[in-house]
Design a protein around this ligand. Structure first.
Ligand SMILES: [Zn+2]
Length: 229
């Protein structure tokens, strides 16, 4: 089945998605931008967080800590061998693993409206030594954050899933999206709080709440193999 999920993300607090490198801005922690200098959220950043919420949801729905593999430790990450066959868990069948490509493609998230000036601010921060709970004087930094006023981000998740398990896997994915309330860095200091709206189409037809609930029930009632090759 063909999957297309339309995402609209509204930020409630400023957010930042670090590049991990020095940019051309007056800060040592710039946020990622497109060619027009507009801040974006890379698809990989959403994918990583969403994978995590889907893992938690699957474990809680199935009431089993081992319902999905335990990434990123290679010894406990798919493929896991059972009876001489490489098996992949639900989450790896959606998001992929080092030896299996993802069934889904995550586009980068962009501003919906054309905005010319990037509404970013520089925030000064201080690294806190978590063990001693004191500020470390040598570790001051400037963090570039995006001011979220009136900014709506839009992106897509697209892909192709097997007919026999697609409904349950997409229901899990939509459930994970529903419980995702922050994106980007600095979540501990209140950055990146967001509201995500999603509209899913399967084979170009809009799915409703009953379809999603039915998919989760199938998953819970053993209607889908938890592991398969
Ligand atoms: Zn796995």
């Amino acid at each position: 089945m063909l999957v297309d999920i339309d995402l609209r993300i509204t930020f409630l607090t400023p957010f930042t998605v670090g590049t991990g490198a020095m940019g051309e801005t007056q800060t040592n922690k710039p946020t990622i931008k497109d060619a027009l200098q507009r801040p974006i959220i890379p698809g990989s950043a959403l994918k990583g967080r969403l994978r995590h919420t889907c893992e938690r949801l699957a474990r809680s729905l199935l009431n089993d800590d081992d319902a999905v593999c335990h990434a990123p430790n290679p010894a406990t990450t798919c493929p896991l061998e059972t009876q001489g066959q490489d098996q992949y868990c639900l989450v790896c069948r959606l998001f992929g693993s080092p030896r299996r490509p993802s069934s889904l493609r995550f586009t980068d998230l962009h501003w919906l409206e054309p905005v010319t000036a990037a509404p970013t601010l520089i925030r000064s921060g201080v690294s806190i030594n978590r063990r001693r709970r004191v500020a470390e004087p040598q570790r001051l930094y400037d963090l570039e954050v995006v001011d979220p006023l009136d900014v709506v981000y839009r992106g897509h998740i697209t892909g192709h899933l097997n007919e026999d398990e697609g409904q349950a896997l997409i229901a899990l994915l939509l459930g994970g999206l529903h419980s995702l309330t922050t994106l980007g860095g600095g979540r501990g200091s209140g950055l990146g709080r967001c509201a995500i709206q999603s509209q899913a189409r399967i084979d170009r037809r809009l799915v409703d709440e009953a379809w999603r609930r039915d998919g989760l029930l199938r998953l819970q009632n053993g209607g889908v193999n938890l592991w398969r090759s």
